[in-house]
Design a protein around this ligand. Structure first.
Ligand SMILES: NC(=O)C1=CN([C@@H]2O[C@H](COP(=O)(O)OP(=O)(O)OC[C@H]3O[C@@H](n4cnc5c(N)ncnc54)[C@H](OP(=O)(O)O)[C@@H]3O)[C@@H](O)[C@H]2O)C=CC1
Ligand SMILES: O=C(O)CCC(=O)C(=O)O
Length: 441
């Protein structure tokens, strides 16, 4: 693996060391921003770009760290920490979700913001990349506490937010309701409704039909396309899904509708396996009622570690980052890895999977359905004219297939992995925007 401290072999980039720049010192392979830089260095080495242009893409454009007080239901005041990072503004306003998680770090948000830049560029959306996060376990808060926290965080980052500057959306631990509170808070400060300031809202206040399902739908569309590429019949395919939130649960339902057999699914505390197949509707009902999948009666318990290394055809990694690592990669048996989550595979594990002949649908492609329908939501909000769900799903599928095709062509012509191909395409497009704008002549 290339170290992010060491320029890649081409020697083309990064005299600027990132020593001291990373904020959380995790073991090698676990720091998400370091991992994002390893991927970037690998992809950019194939492109003929000026040093300044490379430097401009290597580091975030701007970062906001905030501390803010929230009154708890028992009248105690707690201080929370949050972030909003803009990685690139070269191709348009910044776009990207907000994550509520007890473990979120600034480096994690930096990586996720960088990946949003590549994802938007790969999908040809007129956006740069951003991400936000608050260090909080949302399940530990009451609904009123969650609302107060969200409104205060939205106020703190409102100096960056706006329909023409930065448009947040849901990510892990946030929901359409959280987006509604953000939209309302921003609108209160402006004195009129600004639906286009955030996407993934409930449809009653300007959300788009199909947005809630969009990320999982994109995952399913790319899996089906991968099966076509490999001449595999969906009816003979077994699938294991790690993570059963927004992305994992919808992907489970849709691959099942396409004829594949889902044999295992999990949430954070473990999951369930049944080699005869699981019912997505039963899983979804159980998950909503029990807030997890452990104890689901129609199968046997399986740990997350076991699920990742299960004998199956397709592994959908739809939970969180750093799940397929140097520690477990040699035991992964799935031939197709669909990265519903952002950064589920570390760079070391990525190399091993590729060497072993696995087919990876990389995160910036696989989970791009969410931001794609977010874009459609933003366009609908700006024009105050809304489309039926069939039209949204048709547009989404068209854009996903086009991106899938271009990644395959790029992988073929450069002789690189699918992840490198996706990033090569995206980085070249962002670099073109930087050069054409004349920001870094
Ligand atoms: N929502 C979106 O539109 C998009 C999301 N993504 C990415 O997809 C991933 C999932 O996001 P989303 O579905 O929205 O998040 P949710 O918060 O809706 O769900 C997350 C799911 O992952 C589970 N989980 C968390 N940690 C682990 C773990 N270590 N092992 C197994 N399961 C775990 C959670 O379990 P539990 O319920 O027990 O906590 C939950 O089922 C993230 O990486 C996110 O960045 C990417 C693009 C768009
Ligand atoms: O819908 C969006 O704008 C962004 C979704 C997101 O955070 C992601 O794709 O990782």
């Amino acid at each position: 693996m290339n170290s992010p401290e060491k320029p890649a072999e081409s020697g083309k980039h990064a005299p600027f060391s990132i020593s001291g720049y990373l904020t959380n010192r995790q073991p090698n392979g676990d720091n998400l921003y370091a991992n994002a830089l390893v991927q970037f260095d690998k992809a950019v080495a194939h492109l003929n770009l000026k040093q300044g242009v490379i430097e401009a893409m290597r580091f975030p454009k701007r970062e906001l760290s905030v501390s803010f007080p929230v009154e708890m239901d028992n009248r105690d005041i707690k201080i929370f920490r949050g972030y909003r990072v803009h990685h690139s503004i070269a191709k348009g306003p910044t776009k990207g979700g907000i994550r509520y998680s007890a473990d979120v770090t600034l480096d994690e948000v930096r990586a996720l913001a960088m990946w949003m830049t590549w994802k938007c560029a790969l999908m040809n959306l007129p956006y740069g990349g951003a991400k936000g996060g608050v260090v909080v376990d949302p399940k530990s808060l009451s609904s009123r506490e969650l609302e107060r926290l969200t409104r205060r965080y939205a106020t703190e980052i409102s100096i960056l937010m706006g329909p023409e500057s930065d448009i947040p959306a849901p990510d892990m631990g946030t929901s359409p309701q959280v987006m509604a509170w953000i939209m309302d808070t921003y609108s209160m400060h402006r004195g009129f409704s600004v639906p286009a300031v955030v996407t993934g809202k409930p449809v009653e206040i300007g959300g788009s039909l199909g947005r809630t399902e969009a990320t999982g739908r994109g995952v399913a569309v790319t899996i089906l396309e991968s099966l076509k590429l490999k001449n595999l019949n969906p009816g003979s395919i077994t699938v294991a899904v790690q993570g059963f939130g927004n992305v994992g649960s919808i992907a489970t339902k849709l691959v099942h509708d396409m004829g594949m057999k889902v044999i295992a699914a999990s949430s954070s505390k473990g999951g369930v396996i049944n080699r005869s197949g699981l019912s997505p509707s039963h899983l979804i009902k159980y998950y909503d009622e029990s807030k997890g999948l452990t104890g689901f009666p129609e199968g046997d318990f399986i740990s997350n570690e076991e699920l990742l290394t299960l004998d199956c055809d397709v592994l959908v990694a739809a939970a969180t980052e750093n799940q397929i690592t140097a520690r477990n990669v040699n035991k992964v048996k799935a031939r197709i890895i669909a990265e519903g989550a952002n950064g589920p595979t570390t760079p070391e594990a990525d190399e091993v999977l590729n060497a072993n002949g696995a087919f990876i649908i990389p995160d910036v492609l696989c989970n791009a359905g969410g931001v794609t329908v977010s874009y459609l939501e933003w366009v609908q909000d700006l024009q105050s004219f809304f489309w039926p769900v069939e039209e949204i799903n048709r547009k989404l599928t068209t854009l996903m297939l086009k991106a899938f095709q271009s990644v395959m062509e790029c992988a073929e012509s450069y002789g690189v992995s699918t992840r490198e191909a996706a990033q090569i395409l995206a980085i070249q497009r962002v670099a073109d925007a930087i050069v054409i704008r004349g920001i870094y002549p």
